[in-house]
Unconditional design. Structure first.
Length: 58
């Protein structure tokens, strides 16, 4: 009856919603991780419109 891998309810650091974490260091929900991955994949051009007052280019 002992599972080695158990999911724990945690609060996502990004969207502050409850999600099932499958690891100790997982503090971000699945959808936010996807967003993170997208940002990393296209970090040269981020078009989310989250912070549009810092629209300066390097
Ligand atoms: Zn989230």
């Amino acid at each position: 009856m002992k599972r080695s891998r158990r999911k724990v309810k945690k609060i996502c650091l990004r969207c502050e919603r409850e999600f099932l974490s499958d690891g100790k260091f997982n503090r971000i929900c699945g959808s936010c991780r996807e967003i993170n991955a997208n940002i990393v994949a296209s970090n040269s051009e981020v078009r989310f419109g989250v912070s549009h007052d810092s629209a300066h280019t390097d």
